[in-house]
Design a protein around this ligand. Structure first.
Ligand code: ATP
Length: 319
């Protein structure tokens, strides 16, 4: 079974101990491992798939803790690097009472931004069946060059490139720059997942209609997926497109639902690459990914909330 290699940031999220407060109001925080690419690698592994993480953390207690979390979860850490000077990135995250998420990032610069092309573990990258990444590693040098080099090496070695922009506007110098850079690798990727909000931002159009989505389609893409939160997802390939409803759950914390969805989707694809050409198989993969994402919203945190395969199958049987 193919290896999923996930590239990019891993960081510590600090989340208020009580829900619905602003960061300023919060009086205590719990720490939680985070970073979308790391979450994706853990989701693949949670389902029994093979995954590796490539990125950099600080040579500090937080960085070592994060690397340990990957290892404990069965993710290969051969590609993890430690920066002797820069710290592991931190993010304070809260879900305010108006339902909006508020982020405060500490990256001045953080270790993940300092990964260089020379530090890339090329053997791991060249073994990838799917090479997955976001856009945060594209924001600043030298991680941007490392990202582009890793993509190129993975592609040359035959990997499918998978992209979830995971747009964090606050980290970019401007909205214009964010859009240009997020789109700068659009023509090179095989699999893309965007959320409904990202779709609106990238197309400058609030519509979820097929023709709005199709403006993000490129000739060499194999799959474009739009996630719709509680409403599930839409999928587009060269030959077919459609939608799959999610399953109703009582959501308590949606953190990491998108990353979990992506991890489950890539796990399904890597198990059977023909699912990219076969609509019936693809619908099964996405139905499973919807369920995996839905279940993670029913518990607090991203990583602790990810179910195992048997739990997802049981949930689907009951649905
Ligand atoms: P994130 O907020 O983590 O960045 P995202 O916006 O990328 O996430 P979502 O669309 O929120 O991703 O969620 C991913 C998938 O998880 C959805 O497509 C859906 O299948 C499932 N999901 C998320 N929220 C819910 C919910 N409240 N009820 C049922 N399923 C959900």
């Amino acid at each position: 079974e193919g290896l999923v290699v996930s590239f990019g940031e891993m960081l510590v999220d600090f989340v208020p101990t009580v829900a619905g407060v602003s960061l300023a109001e919060a009086s205590a925080f719990v720490k939680a491992p985070g970073g979308a690419p790391a979450n994706v690698a853990i989701a693949v592994s949670r389902l029994g798939g093979r995954s590796a993480f490539v990125g950099k953390v600080g040579d500090d207690d937080f960085g070592r803790m994060l690397s340990e979390v990957l290892k404990e979860n069965g993710v290969s850490i051969d590609g993890v690097r430690f920066d002797g000077v820069a710290r592991t990135a931190l993010a304070f995250v809260t879900l305010r009472s108006d339902g909006e998420r508020e982020f405060l990032f500490y990256r001045h610069p953080s270790a993940d931004m300092l990964l260089t092309p020379k530090e890339l573990h090329l053997e791991v990258i060249r073994r990838a069946a799917v090479f997955h990444f976001g856009s945060i590693s594209l924001i600043a040098e030298p991680s941007r060059s490392a990202h582009l080099t890793a993509m190129e090496e993975a592609k040359k070695a035959g990997a499918l490139l998978s992209y979830d922009p995971n747009l964090r506007l606050a980290l970019w110098p401007s909205q214009e720059e964010a859009k240009i850079q997020v789109m700068s690798i659009w023509d090179q990727v095989d699999i893309v997942k965007v959320s409904d909000n990202e779709l609106a931002f990238l197309t400058s159009n609030a519509s979820l209609e097929d023709n709005a989505v199709m403006s993000l389609w490129r000739p060499n893409m194999k799959l474009l997926v739009v996630t719709l939160g509680k409403d599930g997802c839409k999928y587009y390939t060269k030959n077919f497109h459609g939608a799959i409803a999610s399953i109703k759950v009582k959501a308590v914390d949606t953190t990491g639902a998108g990353d979990s969805f992506v991890g489950a989707m890539l796990w399904g694809i890597v198990k059977d690459l023909s699912s990219l050409q076969d609509e019936g198989k693809l619908r099964e993969v996405l139905r499973f990914a919807n369920a995996f994402g839905a279940i993670t919203t029913t518990k607090n945190g991203a990583i602790p909330a990810m179910p195992r395969k048997a739990e997802v199958l049981e949930f689907l049987n009951k649905a």
